[in-house]
Design a protein around this ligand. Structure first.
Ligand SMILES: *[C@@H]1O[C@H](CO)[C@@H](O)[C@H](O)[C@H]1NC(C)=O
Ligand SMILES: *[C@@H]1O[C@H](CO)[C@@H](O)[C@H](O)[C@H]1NC(C)=O
Ligand SMILES: *[C@@H]1O[C@H](CO)[C@@H](O)[C@H](O)[C@H]1NC(C)=O
Ligand SMILES: *[C@@H]1O[C@H](CO)[C@@H](O)[C@H](O)[C@H]1NC(C)=O
Ligand SMILES: *[C@@H]1O[C@H](CO)[C@@H](O)[C@H](O)[C@H]1NC(C)=O
Ligand SMILES: *[C@@H]1O[C@H](CO)[C@@H](O)[C@H](O)[C@H]1NC(C)=O
Length: 495
């Protein structure tokens, strides 16, 4: 069972010690994040063991450190790793705690993933590469595999070695979290201290906070203030106003409302109008939608490629379109390991495949596509100026059943959910920021179009692929236009 920790409702006097070189929300907005379940990503000697999906499979911090080229060569700036603290080490009804969310000692690391030196070495390696480390942290609960009445509290470290440190088992009213039981300031402080120490010891740049929705908001505020680094909290809910309440107490929230809408839209269950309405609503409801962390799938949700796509394509092109949306919509993009390999595990735990089963193939289409998206995002920001690009809301130039067009910085992006199996009719964009007579180049295909009055242009079908239009004068970094012109001419001549 998960034992709810008692936490404080009223802040007690705390001394701010040792504020480390924290990475702020402003800095995180410029990054793209690659999410890893440590146990599943890479083994220390890069062997490829078979394993039971509910047991430890052998991934380690050393193994991850050895595969950082694979991640950095795709252009990612940050790695989010699963929880690092010691977990219950027994075979439960759900298997073992390989995922890390069943902590029983916040003062020790999980030895399945390596030593303190190994975790520090991973952190140092990331920093030497100019990358950042995000660690998953849980302050809501500690775990025991015993029935509530049989828990041996002596097994927890001080001050958690007493039943008084925990709430009685209860059902949380998520619509009103005011807890009836007294919260314990000392317990919250001890938990926060354990994370402050972790952040300082391993130079952690950001935190993903598990089960944030289960923790009273004043406790979250105190946590955010004390840990001093960027925190993005998990509040699993589809409602924009509901999740928006967690930004303020925390720097950021995992963008669940967007996830629900984007899955529905890219799978063709709703029109893109719905997705557009959710983004517009987020941009005015959250205090800072640019700090939200956006995702297509994660360790708790079915893989994006596991969806058959109700009547639409279940293919790489659909995934490319969705990833393009993710990289250019307001917020910080997160890619869950294995997306690039089209891992297609459904609900937990089969969405936690071993990465080594892919052979870390860097020639697959999505690996290369994500590499381009990371490069285009940085390039677009350099053209607009980072300060402008990372605080500019995405605007929308149209949406419908099969297509949408959005605009950010120097880019106009046309997306579709038809995949490769349905005819892509192309899309007419109107009211773009471009001027009549401008020449545009698509950074995906290097095709060229001309803009008419009102910024109107036709984004022709590319067989279901996304289009990322930029003024042709800016396209040379990605398209060798001389060659393209001549090959286009050759095509025309041969027709
Ligand atoms: C890799 O490490 C595992 C676990 O320690 C060990 O069983 C295996 O023999 C090693 N493989 C190689 C090729 O060294
Ligand atoms: C864990 O328990 C499951 C049954 O719940 C069993 O199938 C499995 O073999 C056990 N694994 C280990 C390593 O004990
Ligand atoms: C918790 O452990 C500490 C250190 O061993 C001990 O002093 C204390 O009495 C324990 N608390 C309870 C409630 O058992
Ligand atoms: C929330 O719960 C608390 C404690 O049970 C109660 O006093 C309060 O009236 C509730 N608030 C609302 C809006 O229901
Ligand atoms: C969101 O939270 C509200 C309030 O607790 C709840 O009624 C609703 O079912 C939740 N929705 C989802 C999708 O989790
Ligand atoms: C494009 O937008 C302009 C200005 O909003 C409008 O006058 C024109 O009718 C639109 N054209 C099309 C084809 O929708």
């Amino acid at each position: 069972m998960l034992l709810d920790l008692k936490q404080v409702l009223v802040g007690s006097l705390t001394i701010l010690i040792d504020v480390v070189q924290a990475k702020t929300a402003e800095e995180w907005k410029e990054l793209s994040i690659y999410q890893v379940v440590t146990d599943r990503f890479a083994t220390t000697n890069l062997s490829a063991p078979q394993c039971w999906i509910r047991d430890y499979c052998g991934g380690t911090w050393k193994g991850l450190e050895r595969k950082l080229d694979y991640i950095q060569n795709m252009g990612f700036d940050a790695v989010w790793i699963s929880p690092v603290i010691h977990n219950i080490d027994v075979n439960t009804t759900w298997g073992f705690a390989y995922h890390g969310y069943w902590g029983d000692d916040p003062y020790r690391l999980n030895e399945h993933f390596g030593t303190p030196e190994d975790l520090k070495s991973l952190s140092d390696s990331l920093h030497r590469r100019g990358m950042s480390l995000m660690v998953d942290v849980v302050i809501n609960h500690l775990s025991s595999n015993a029935a509530p009445q049989d828990v041996n509290y002596n097994l927890f470290p001080t001050p958690f070695n007493t039943s008084n440190a925990f709430h009685r088992p209860c059902v949380i009213d998520f619509a009103n979290q005011s807890r009836s039981e007294i919260e314990d300031a000392a317990i919250l402080d001890a938990l926060i201290d354990s994370v402050v120490d972790l952040v300082a010891k391993y130079d952690i740049d950001g935190i993903r906070l598990d089960t944030a929705r289960h923790v009273p908001k004043p406790s979250l505020s105190k946590f955010q203030q004390r840990v001093g680094v960027f925190v993005t909290g998990e509040a699993l809910n589809a409602s924009v106003p509901y999740v928006a309440q967690y930004q303020g107490p925390l720097d950021s929230a995992i963008n669940y409302p967007l996830w629900y809408a984007l899955v529905d839209s890219f799978m063709g269950r709703t029109t893109f109008d719905f997705l557009v309405s959710v983004v517009k609503s987020e941009q005015v409801t959250f205090s800072d939608a640019h700090a939200l962390t956006n995702f297509l799938d994660n360790q708790d949700q079915p893989r994006f490629a596991s969806y058959l796509g109700d009547g639409r394509g279940d293919d790489v092109l659909r995934d490319e379109n969705a990833a393009t949306f993710l990289f250019f919509v307001t917020g910080i993009p997160i890619i869950y390991y294995g997306f690039e390999q089209r891992f297609n595990g459904g609900s937990d735990p089969v969405n936690r495949e071993t990465m080594w089963s892919s052979g870390y193939d860097t020639s697959v289409p999505l690996y290369n596509y994500l590499t381009r998206l990371n490069a285009v995002r940085k390039y677009a920001a350099s053209i607009s100026g980072k300060d402008v690009f990372y605080s500019e809301d995405t605007t929308f130039l149209g949406s419908g059943v099969t297509h949408m067009a959005m605009q950010r910085g120097p880019l106009v992006i046309v997306l579709t959910n038809v995949g490769e199996h349905i005819v892509d009719a192309g899309y007419t964009v109107n009211g773009s920021k471009f001027s009549a007579g401008d020449s545009l180049t698509d950074l995906v295909s290097c095709d060229i179009v001309k803009v008419g009055a009102f910024g109107t242009f036709t984004s022709p079908s590319n067989g279901g692929k996304a289009r990322i239009w930029i003024k042709t004068e800016y396209a040379r970094k990605f398209c060798s236009l001389g060659n393209r012109h001549s090959s286009a001419r050759v095509r025309e001549l041969s027709q």
